[in-house]
Design a protein around this ligand. Structure first.
Ligand SMILES: [Zn+2]
Length: 301
């Protein structure tokens, strides 16, 4: 079975006319209803649980920020609305029932239609539309549930700087990212960033140039680590690499995406695999991209 996470609460992080808007998850949910998915419950990440990934002082700050008059984190990229803390706590926390369902053998793959996204959120701050790092939270929870070694693949067109930072010195979580070189967050994601201390060799970045084609992208996945014996695979699924998106110059087609998803599922083998929504802002492109992803999660392999 393929698990699926969605709840209307994810529309309640209000961002005005920002591109990272509630319609994204609504549109994806319309698509998801056409597929035989196992709907999983949502759950709230407690402040204590969020502190397994983030600085407790940052979590406390987010909880109070809106009431104290703050309307964004760092800059207007990352909007704070009246319910944003609550919604972000659910976006991270709702990864837990997915891990539990993997553990109990109810599902083997999952898609999480959640927002706000997470991969730019670092230990001490949100940024780049992200408040809490959902995939990092899921990795830590998975480890508490016995999935000791966690593989993360991030195919969002932007570098997952937050995820990289959180696990940079950690040899139990391998972070592999492909992304557009001359794009946000600009100063991270180079090939020579490979981790540090005991985590040296457990971060791998494969940036690409402007107007990346399907073939160029897929070739980078030849560099997935063959010697990291992981127990679970988590994917930062950012669909802002698709050709119709204007936030990047990448030219990935639906056929290229389908091949990418298959490549990732081949790499996973029979290990639990979860795709977490990150970017993707053109609603039509987002809908057809998630449709392709769900088809492959359900019927490939
Ligand atoms: Zn992105």
């Amino acid at each position: 079975m393929v698990g699926y996470v969605y709840d209307p609460i994810f529309t309640q992080h209000e961002t005005g006319n920002h591109i990272e808007r509630p319609q994204r998850v609504i549109r994806i949910h319309e698509v998801a209803q056409n597929f035989p998915l196992l709907r999983l419950p949502i759950a709230k990440g407690s402040k204590e649980a969020l502190a397994t990934v983030h600085d407790p002082a940052y979590v406390e700050w987010v909880e109070r920020a809106y009431d104290q008059g703050f309307r964004f984190i760092l800059n207007e990229d990352t909007i704070l609305g009246p319910r944003s803390f609550e919604v972000a706590s659910y976006a991270a926390g709702s990864t837990m029932p997915v891990v539990d369902a993997f553990r109990q053998g109810e599902i083997t793959r999952a898609f999480l239609n959640i927002r706000p996204p997470g991969h730019h959120a670092e230990r001490k701050t949100g940024q780049g539309f992200c408040i809490f790092n959902n995939i990092a939270f899921m990795a830590r929870y998975a480890q508490r549930r016995g999935f000791e070694k966690v593989m993360i693949i991030d195919f969002d067109v932007h570098h997952g700087n937050g995820t990289q930072e959180i696990f940079y010195e950690d040899p139990t979580v391998f972070f592999f990212s492909t992304h557009e070189r001359n794009n946000y967050p600009y100063f991270t994601g180079h090939e020579d960033e490979i981790g540090a201390g005991p985590g040296t060799g457990f971060t791998r970045n494969r940036p690409y140039g402007d107007y990346c084609s399907d073939q160029e992208l897929l070739a980078l996945y030849d560099d997935l680590p063959q010697d990291f014996d992981f127990d679970i695979l988590l994917v930062s699924a950012g669909y802002d690499l698709m050709a119709p998106e204007t936030i990047s110059t990448a030219q990935i087609t639906l056929d290229g995406l389908r091949q990418l998803v298959r490549r990732i599922l081949d790499f996973a083998g029979d290990r639990p695999t979860a795709f977490l929504l990150e970017g993707g802002y053109n609603l039509d492109s987002l809908a057809s991209s998630v449709e392709v992803t769900l088809e492959e999660l359900l019927w490939y392999g």
